[in-house]
Write a protein that binds this ligand. Sequence first.
Ligand SMILES: Cc1cc2nc3c(=O)[nH]c(=O)nc-3n(C[C@H](O)[C@H](O)[C@H](O)COP(=O)(O)OP(=O)(O)OC[C@H]3O[C@@H](n4cnc5c(N)ncnc54)[C@H](O)[C@@H]3O)c2cc1C
Length: 89
Amino acid sequence: MALVGDAAYCASPAAGMGGSLAIIGAAALADAFQKHRGNAELAFQDYNESFRPYIERVQADAVNNLDVLNPKPKEAPPRRLASQLDCST
Ligand SMILES: Cc1cc2nc3c(=O)[nH]c(=O)nc-3n(C[C@H](O)[C@H](O)[C@H](O)COP(=O)(O)OP(=O)(O)OC[C@H]3O[C@@H](n4cnc5c(N)ncnc54)[C@H](O)[C@@H]3O)c2cc1C
């Protein structure tokens, strides 16, 4: 059995590529079947070996993207203390 798309290699939302990967993966699997003339065992092996490195790169990039999408503040934001607010009026 071979899986494609999110079921096979769900990338983080930070990758922004899940839809693209599902399409590219389906094409890679179809190409492998064509290359190996329908031999499922060889096609699955080829698909795994040729496509996995690309997926692993995308998943690693997604982890790096997290810092860009969700930057850590350089210093803690000032806390709004009730005592700093003039609530008397
Ligand atoms: C909020 C959000 C924003 C996104 N933005 C982007 C983006 O900008 N760019 C991008 O490339 N990707 C984006 N993605 C990711 C993208 O939507 C997915 O990676 C992509 O849809 C995966 O395709 P898929 O065919 O593998 O799975 P899905 O699209 O999840 O398709 C699976 C299908 O199987 C059906 N199903 C489930 N169980 C069964 C069952 N037992 N029997 C029959 N059918 C079943 C489901 O109903 C569904 O229709 C986003 C995802 C989300 C949630």
